[in-house]
Design a binder for this molecule. Structure first.
Ligand SMILES: [Zn+2]
Length: 160
């Protein structure tokens, strides 16, 4: 049977006997007649815990690392033109790669270019309508309009 030790609050402790080896073991917050297995028996029942190797932090090799004459990764692996040099492992400082600033799309400039192109198209169309043009001039302007209209339909990306 179990014996009540403390009745203070819900964290009362009781002396409970191990249901396997019948050695007394303390149980916190359980009822006096809860079925317990002591730590010794638990140890015998379960495999020793596998100590997990710390998860390797994934690092990314920089773009084009395999083309560098020498690249040393943060783990000390040395590569000559992308080929690992086993015998040099840990002998060199990791290569510091300065990331290039990412280019951002310049939507404002894209809009401005689009606007500029459509204004130019309008101007050319006006010329065709209003000016007395030679056939050769007309052809030239017409093809210019076609070219610019194609440009308008294309997605042109401008970066900062
Ligand atoms: Zn036990």
């Amino acid at each position: 049977m179990s014996k009540k030790n403390s009745t203070k609050g819900k964290y009362a402790s009781y002396e409970v006997k191990c249901m396997r080896c019948h050695r007394p073991c303390m149980a916190k917050g359980t009822s006096p007649d809860s079925k317990m297995i002591c730590w010794r028996c638990v140890m015998l029942m379960v495999e020793p815990p596998v100590i997990k190797q710390p998860v390797k932090k994934e690092f990314r090799k920089p773009q084009g690392w395999q083309f560098l004459n020498e690249y040393v990764d943060p783990e000390g692996n040395v590569y000559f033109k992308g080929v690992m040099q086993e015998d040099l492992k840990g002998t060199k400082e990791a290569t510091v790669v300065v990331a290039k600033p990412k280019k951002r799309r310049d939507k404002q400039a894209e809009k401005e270019l689009q606007h500029k192109t459509s204004v130019e198209i309008l101007k050319l169309k006006k010329r065709i309508q209003e000016e007395e043009l030679l056939k050769s001039e007309f052809r030239k302007i017409n093809s210019e309009i076609k070219r610019k209209e194609k440009l308008l339909k294309k997605k042109i990306y401008i970066t900062k």
